[in-house]
Write a protein that binds this ligand. Structure first.
Ligand SMILES: *[C@@H]1O[C@H](CO)[C@@H](O)[C@H](O)[C@H]1NC(C)=O
Ligand SMILES: *[C@@H]1O[C@H](CO)[C@@H](O)[C@H](O)[C@H]1NC(C)=O
Ligand SMILES: *[C@@H]1O[C@H](CO)[C@@H](O)[C@H](O)[C@H]1NC(C)=O
Ligand SMILES: *[C@@H]1O[C@H](CO)[C@@H](O)[C@H](O)[C@H]1NC(C)=O
Ligand SMILES: *[C@@H]1O[C@H](CO)[C@@H](O)[C@H](O)[C@H]1NC(C)=O
Ligand SMILES: *[C@@H]1O[C@H](CO)[C@@H](O)[C@H](O)[C@H]1NC(C)=O
Ligand SMILES: *[C@@H]1O[C@H](CO)[C@@H](O)[C@H](O)[C@H]1NC(C)=O
Ligand SMILES: *[C@@H]1O[C@H](CO)[C@@H](O)[C@H](O)[C@H]1NC(C)=O
Ligand SMILES: *[C@@H]1O[C@H](CO)[C@@H](O)[C@H](O)[C@H]1NC(C)=O
Ligand SMILES: *[C@@H]1O[C@H](CO)[C@@H](O)[C@H](O)[C@H]1NC(C)=O
Ligand SMILES: *[C@@H]1O[C@H](CO)[C@@H](O)[C@H](O)[C@H]1NC(C)=O
Ligand SMILES: *[C@@H]1O[C@H](CO)[C@@H](O)[C@H](O)[C@H]1NC(C)=O
Length: 846
């Protein structure tokens, strides 16, 4: 029903002006007070107790200092909070990004500083390997820890990937919430085990780059729970210390001041115990955002018309003194920050910050923007460890083999190979030649934007393959241009195998590349990729196509071309790109990648269009498709894709037998009940405004944000819309039926069925299979099937292993909007095990 209402609202929007839109546009309900953290399992209780002790010692100004960034580029990291010099507590350091330490020094230099460049999130997901994903999280965490970083700005599950053209999809783990949830949980566990706080982002519904700072993503409650919130629940259950709220609006309220998504969904229902930090510049109000559940603002400045240059800092001190912000809320903000700090062991694992984001020089200003505080800013600490091996392994294991006609692969000492296309080559100006990778020159191994790191080196496919060819005495040729079709044909004609390299890029929408404003403007290959493949395949009957892309591209013509014998998707593999690919092409690694998204035949097949034009500054995007994105949509509309979600070949074959279902004796699902503790406060607040004035003799770093007030005349701002009465109520609150612990009601995770299947390697070589469990939850408005389990099974030729899938209440449930809880519906349910979302080989009724 809601879907229809939204459709009507949208029709109004098209037909009339912005005023009537505002009248009909959906809104978010208010949810106050902001839930206070209360500890919890898996270390939160202990962390909370220690945070409580620490925060009890702080003054008002010191508390405010921890909530507020000191300004864009003010200090050494992507963002820094204030410090507490009285207690020897240094500023917290927050740093981009998901694939490694993002080092942005200067505009001419492009060198890494002894850090690694990891595979993108989409590649991590493509391995379907929980252990590899965890190791990636841990290795990334270790690099951040050793540079002195407290908070890693990643991993990403928003965007989820509603729109296949979405610019930042590659940062995340693909559009299936179950796969994304498993991947984010293992990443968070890995990163935080290294002693660094993970900040899962971007919360929530930041599904496209166009208008990201003003667009309203309008969504119904059921889809929110079953799709977009799902992986965030897994991150919270995994103990994530921080969540970053996004730039967009949800139901017409900015994510960072939306009390429904922050207070109700994240902190109350999901029981999140850590802190919410704003995306850079994502905060748009002072007290309102604090009451809505924001705990830390970044980068803290940029508010020109405020006395304090910030929504918080001195403004938050003022708000506390004037009682517009209750002490329990301020204390909760700081307790949450400190609880995350103790939860991951920062008190024992923190080292001094020993790098600067903004300069590669050894000696330079600590305070970059004001160019003051000269010191040894870069100690050039080598944090790479042996991570190159993991990067190479993950790069190889994330390759999805989409086609392999007559066992064209693996290659076995071919007489000659021709490497063709710019995507196989080194960037002549070095792998970091373009700031934030905003170009598409040479091989593509990273998307563009803030989710980048400097490459320490980048092994191009041409380099690695030439080395292999030389070892095998294979005649090697290399055509570097993608546009010289004559040269391509000439080289291909000669070669026993022609390997064509093509790509498609996307990124963060603060800059346009070739007309792509972050989001892709089309789903075709870039730089004449189709023409290049066609030219090569027209003359060589053994053409292998390698695709480096951020997501699906339209390649049905390539799939069906008789001379294209193999297609590999290699995604965005990071620094070991060429080595990883060579391992797969030559069979040192038997491919186990499975596509983490659907490959349609035409852009229209997904049923989603990027909103690129708007006549209002507040464009509305209605998620009217509900849960039907990616394979759920293709299945529902019976659209045949080129390659389906979960698809990927191996150099061997696997069979599935003996599907057995074992019901577990766990009793019925019990909704959570009871009440929380009353909102606690920690330490006193000195309400004398004199005590909040800048101490005499204190020398401010120019331009930095501080907690002090300017004036003892504190204006009364306890009235008006910023003062919802309920936000100041700190009496015990009812626990939501679906809530009660991090990740939601623990009952949801009780195992109701164990489903087992025997997997046999029926081929000639050893290999790793990814058996997949799908459920049909039944009912007229549900997807045909949804992923609910997978495993990674290494098998020698002829070997058989039994795989168990745990099916929980959550896996079997739908969100019941009336009950505001998860419910197993009475519709008949079926479990399927297969090799992809469309290759469902065995089934059993539940
Ligand atoms: C958005 O609005 C719809 C329609 O009023 C409502 O069902 C849904 O719960 C709202 N969601 C959020 C997050 O505000
Ligand atoms: C707040 O943080 C700044 C920057 O680190 C520091 O200079 C200042 O002394 C801190 N203020 C208080 C009251 O601790
Ligand atoms: C900083 O980068 C420049 C190149 O832009 C290089 O010449 C210089 O040696 C680098 N400095 C250090 C200390 O690495
Ligand atoms: C980073 O530098 C600090 C000193 O500034 C040092 O204590 C710390 O050990 C360094 N980190 C590593 C991994 O060497
Ligand atoms: C600053 O400007 C914004 C946007 O124009 C406005 O909404 C806000 O009320 C102003 N704040 C102050 C403190 O004047
Ligand atoms: C800081 O150090 C740099 C590099 O050594 C030097 O060029 C600059 O003049 C110094 N600035 C100050 C304020 O001392
Ligand atoms: C094709 O092979 C011939 C003979 O083996 C060689 O002379 C010629 O240079 C090759 N052409 C290309 C484009 O590699
Ligand atoms: C799609 O966009 C890419 C990148 O901008 C461009 O290279 C390509 O030519 C476009 N495809 C079509 C069919 O226009
Ligand atoms: C396949 O390659 C052969 C050359 O070996 C060529 O004659 C033929 O036309 C090609 N087929 C297509 C469909 O391009
Ligand atoms: C968006 O607007 C531009 C300029 O008005 C126009 O050229 C373009 O075709 C429009 N795009 C879409 C998808 O409507
Ligand atoms: C308040 O302090 C800020 C930051 O130090 C300063 O820029 C501003 O001029 C001061 N305003 C007043 C009214 O004193
Ligand atoms: C399945 O659930 C059991 C407890 O019921 C647990 O011990 C086991 O680790 C779970 N296995 C997986 C793969 O989650």
């Amino acid at each position: 029903m809601y879907v229809r209402q939204l459709a009507i609202a949208f029709a109004l929007f098209v037909a009339s002006d912005a005023t009537s839109l505002a009248d009909s546009a959906p809104t978010s309900p208010e949810s106050y007070p902001s839930p206070w953290s209360s500890g919890g399992p898996d270390g939160w209780d202990d962390a909370y107790k220690r945070a409580h002790e620490f925060v009890s010692k702080l003054t008002l100004l010191e508390k405010v200092n921890l909530t507020t960034g000191t300004g864009n580029q003010a200090d050494r990291c992507t963002g820094n909070t204030g410090s507490i010099p009285r207690l020897g507590f240094r500023e917290l350091c927050l740093q981009d990004g998901p694939v490694g330490v993002r080092y942005r020094a200067g505009s001419d230099r492009r060198l890494a500083d002894l850090n690694s460049a990891f595979p993108a999130g989409i590649n991590a997901a493509a391995t379907w390997s929980k252990s590899l994903i965890r190791r990636r999280g841990e290795a990334v965490g270790a690099e951040f820890r050793d540079k002195g970083i407290d908070i890693h700005l990643g991993p990403v599950v928003g965007p989820l990937g509603r729109d296949p053209a979405g610019g930042r999809n590659f940062e995340a783990f693909g559009p299936d919430p179950y796969l994304a949830g498993i991947a984010v949980a293992h990443t968070v566990e890995g990163t935080q085990s290294a002693g660094v706080i993970a900040s899962v982002k971007h919360y929530i519904l930041n599904e496209q780059e166009h208008f990201r700072g003003g667009i309203s993503s309008n969504i119904d409650d059921k889809t929110m729970h079953e799709l977009y919130l799902w992986p965030f629940a897994d991150a919270v259950r995994a103990g994530v210390g921080s969540v970053m709220c996004s730039y967009n609006k949800i139901n017409n309220t900015y994510a960072c001041e939306n009390s429904y998504v922050l207070n109700q969904l994240l902190k109350n229902e999901l029981g999140f115990q850590g802190f919410v930090v704003s995306d850079w510049g994502g905060q748009h109000s002072s007290v309102a955002s604090a009451l809505a559940g924001l705990d830390m603002t970044m980068p803290g400045d940029g508010v020109r018309n405020s006395t304090y240059g910030s929504y918080w800092g001195g403004a938050l001190t003022e708000a506390t003194l004037s009682l517009a912000l209750s002490q329990f809320r301020l204390d909760d903000m700081v307790v949450r920050i400190m609880a995350a700090f103790y939860k991951v062991g920062r008190d024992t694992k923190q080292v001094e910050i020993n790098y600067s984001s903004w300069t590669n020089e050894t000696v330079g200003p600590q305070y970059w923007r004001s160019k003051t505080g000269n010191t040894t800013v870069n100690k050039h600490v080598d944090v790479q460890g042996d991570h190159a091996e993991l990067i190479r392994e993950m790069g190889a294991k994330s390759v999805v083999l989409l086609k392999n006609k007559d066992n064209a692969l693996p290659l076995k000492k071919p007489a000659s190979i021709a490497i063709i296309g710019e995507d196989a080559q080194d960037n002549p100006n070095g792998p970091n030649a373009c700031v934030d990778r905003i170009c598409n020159v040479g091989t593509l191994a990273m998307g563009w934007g803030s989710a980048t790191a400097e490459f320490p080196y980048l092994i191009s496919p041409a380099t690695a393959l030439e080395k292999q060819a030389s070892a095998d005495k294979t005649l090697f040729s290399n055509v570097k241009s993608s546009w010289d079709l004559d040269a391509a044909r000439a080289a291909a004609r000669n070669a026993s195998t022609a390997i064509v390299f093509v790509n498609a890029n996307s990124g963060e929408g603060y800059q346009t590349l070739d007309g792509n404003f972050g989001d892709r403007k089309n789903l075709t290959l870039w730089n004449g990729g189709d023409e290049l493949i066609a030219a090569v395949a027209s003359v060589n009957p053994n053409t292998v196509v390698v695709i480096h892309s951020v997501g699906p591209v339209l390649i049905d013509n390539v799939k069906t071309h008789p001379n294209v014998t193999a297609i590999l998707w290699a995604g965005l593999p990071g620094q070991e790109s060429g080595n990883s690919l060579t391992d797969v092409l030559y069979g040192k690694v038997n491919p186990q990648g499975r596509s983490p998204f659907t490959w349609g035949k035409a852009a229209e097949d997904w049923g989603i269009t990027t909103l690129v034009n708007s006549s209002t500054p507040e464009p509305q995007q209605d998620f009217i498709e509900g849960s039907f994105i990616d394979y759920r949509h293709f299945d529902h509309q019976d659209i045949e894709p080129s390659f389906e979600f979960g698809f990927g070949l191996s150099y061997t074959n696997f069979s599935y037998t003996n599907l057995v279902i074992k019901p577990q004796d766990v009793g019925p699902y019990e909704p959570a009940s009871g009440t929380t503790i009353a909102g606690p406060t920690f330490g006193g607040v000195n309400f004398d405004p004199e005590s909040a004035l800048l101490p005499e003799g204190f020398e401010k770093v120019p331009g930095m944000i501080y907690p002090w007030v300017n004036d003892t005349d504190i204006p009364d701002n306890t009235g008006g819309p910023d003062f919802p009465f309920a936000a100041h109520n700190r009496s015990a609150q009812a626990i939501l039926p679906a809530g009660g612990a991090p990740g939601g009601n623990p009952e949801l995770y009780k195992v109701v069925y164990v489903i087992s299947v025997d997997v046999t390697n029926t081929g000639e070589v050893s290999g790793t299979d990814i058996p997949q469990l799908y459920l049909s939850l039944g009912g007229p408005a549900e997807p045909k099937v949804v992923l609910r389990g997978f495993d990674e099974v290494a098998l020698n030729a002829g070997e058989k292993k039994t795989v168990d899938f745990n099916v929980t209440y959550r896996d079997l449930s739908n969100w019941d909007t009336e009950a505001q809880d998860w419910r197993v519906t009475s519709y008949p349910k079926t479990a399927y095990v297969g090799a992809s979302s469309r290759d469902l080989r065995l089934h059993v009724d539940l």
